[in-house]
Design a protein around this ligand. Structure first.
Ligand SMILES: N[C@@H](CCC(=O)N[C@@H](CS)C(=O)NCC(=O)O)C(=O)O
Length: 235
């Protein structure tokens, strides 16, 4: 049985759960508590040296491609090499936006916990975080909440993602071809958060009609329900 180490609110984990559910694959879920910094424990870092969820084959986009190659039915990648390349570009593009999502996601549960750490505790925890960029993100969560301007800038970049999707959805209603693919799966956790909290007014049929329809279609998929995306803001 496959094991998925994941966080309920983690976008990367949500992606992989959605992919597993689309494939109808059984898996054993091990929940990693990010507020308790379990993903920075020595045992976890041995398997995923980046100290992020999920593991041990890390990188959610790579995991989804691995699942599709290993369990081809139903297919979640287009057949044509060019469209596959487009799919990978979408995954990369969305991955590069994670810092903007974190600005919104971490200000809830993670910031609540992190802000209660003493300076000594914080310094101790930072030692276990492998990347400078994520150390900085935890310092921000613990001590320096993002400003309104920083949030606006991040929101703006996420809205540009919707603009880009709107254009891509024009020919066929899915991001890279006539069929649903890992590119759509990669976008889903981001769009969920945009719709739920970050910029719901941008998700209307008036502002981004194709994204609106895409999101309605995607949420109606049984796998989406099973992947258990949210809501984000419950305790
Ligand atoms: N590109 C990676 C991103 C993984 C990632 O950033 N995971 C987040 C949750 S969505 C995480 O573990 N954050 C905790 C931290 O950085 O301390 C992937 O897609 O797997």
């Amino acid at each position: 049985m496959m094991i998925l180490h994941h966080g309920w609110r983690s976008s990367a984990s949500r992606r992989v759960r959605l992919c597993l559910e689309e494939k109808g694959l059984a898996y054993e879920g091990h929940v990693v508590d990010m507020t308790a910094m379990e993903h920075h424990s020595p045992e976890y870092l041995k398997i995923n040296p980046l100290g992020v969820i999920p593991r041990p084959l890390h990188e959610s986009g790579t995991i989804c491609e691995y699942l599709d190659e290993t369990f081809p039915d139903p297919p979640l990648r287009p057949d044509a090499p060019y469209q596959r390349a487009l799919m990978r570009n979408w995954i990369r593009h969305i991955d590069a936006l994670i810092g903007n999502l974190i600005i919104f996601n971490w200000r809830h549960h993670l910031a609540k916990t992190a802000s209660q750490w003493t300076d000594e505790e914080l310094a101790e925890k930072l030692k276990n975080i492998p990347s400078k960029e994520r150390q900085e993100a935890w310092i921000r969560a613990a001590r320096k909440p993002y400003t309104e301007e920083e949030r606006d800038a991040a929101r703006g970049k996420l809205v540009v993602l919707l603009d880009k999707m709107e254009e891509a959805l024009k020919p066929a209603g899915w991001l890279v071809s006539k069929t649903y693919s890992i590119a759509d799966i990669a976008a889903a956790p981001f769009v969920k958060r945009i719709d739920e909290e970050i910029a719901p007014d941008e998700m209307t049929a008036k502002k981004h009609p194709r994204v609106h329809d895409w999101w309605t279609k995607l949420q109606a998929r049984p796998a989406y329900q099973r992947a258990n995306f949210g809501p984000f803001l419950t305790s």
